[in-house]
Design a protein around this ligand. Structure first.
Ligand code: 6GU
Length: 264
């Protein structure tokens, strides 16, 4: 079951190149992700295809008109109702006023069977009647202001797509990485064995899988303890994690790169 998305935007050219690269591209080729990008201008009725206008009450900037967006959603409903009777849409409105995007929400969206329809606003905002008429779910990607919903929509799609089984080559990688169990990543190294006098920790060359597993777990805990202690605060640690963390605290804050021979 692929994750199905529709992006409604005034700027298709802002999102298409991103969807055509790397893992998002491969996920689509594998049939695990489907993204359709709709140009909002196609849902205007006037000769000049105007999708924005000055705000009532005055003030700077432009406001996205409600009707083209409502018409676009209406067209999607009809279109998908024809192909899959009873299928419904999950309307998402990227907005700094929304609930925060978390790993938990990304997982949920990756499993969603309904189509995800992203209503991408731009400029000073969207006519409030879009919210009143459609009651979309507002999702924020952080406490800062962006120029539009296109980049957040891509961020949300990216975060959800990499969690779909089969998207990443190794099923371990989605799980082991940052935040999957709410720990930061352990440090990674690749060839050559030395770069500007900096060596690869010897344990990683040892071939001893259990020792490597413990080292990585410890470094993930260390990185989290040093950089994001809030992630450890209300977390139940198992016996092994507690022992590793005790070691880390005793060793003191001395960065994430641990020289070999200093272990145990
Ligand atoms: Cl989701 N949209 C917009 N337009 N700005 C944002 C945002 C979303 N999240 C943070 N800033």
């Amino acid at each position: 079951m692929p994750m199905r998305c529709d992006l409604i935007t005034l700027f298709p050219e802002m999102v298409l190149p991103v969807l055509g690269q790397s893992i998002l591209k491969r996920a689509q080729e594998k049939g695990l992700l489907e993204v359709r990008v709709r140009n909002l201008r196609d849902y205007t009725l006037d000769r000049h295809q105007v999708a924005d206008d000055a705000p009532y009450g005055g003030g700077a900037g432009m406001v996205m008109k409600a009707e083209p967006i409502l018409r676009a959603v209406d067209a999607l409903r009809r279109e998908y109702h024809e192909t899959v009777p009873g299928s419904s849409l999950r309307l998402l409105l990227p907005s700094p006023q929304g609930r925060s995007l978390t790993q938990h929400l990304a997982e949920e969206l990756g499993r969603e069977r309904r189509r995800l329809v992203f209503l991408c606003g731009h400029y000073e905002g969207i006519d409030e009647r879009v919210r009143l008429a459609l009651d979309p779910e507002e999702v924020s990607i952080g406490d800062y202001v962006l120029t539009g919903g296109e980049l957040p929509a891509l961020v949300i799609i990216d975060a959800a797509t990499r969690l779909i089984p089969g998207v990443l080559g190794d099923p371990e990688s989605a799980r082991a990485e940052s935040f999957a169990d709410l720990l930061l990543d352990f440090p990674q190294y690749t060839r050559p064995p030395e770069v500007q006098g900096l060596a690869v920790p010897e344990v990683l060359l040892s071939g001893d899988h259990e020792t490597i597993r413990l080292w990585r777990r410890k470094e993930a805990l260390r990185s989290t303890y040093l950089k994001r202690p809030d992630l450890l605060r209300d977390r139940l640690l198992n016996e092994e994690d507690r022992r590793l963390l005790d070691d880390i605290v005793r060793e003191g804050a001395r960065g994430t790169s641990v020289k070999c021979g200093e272990e145990g």
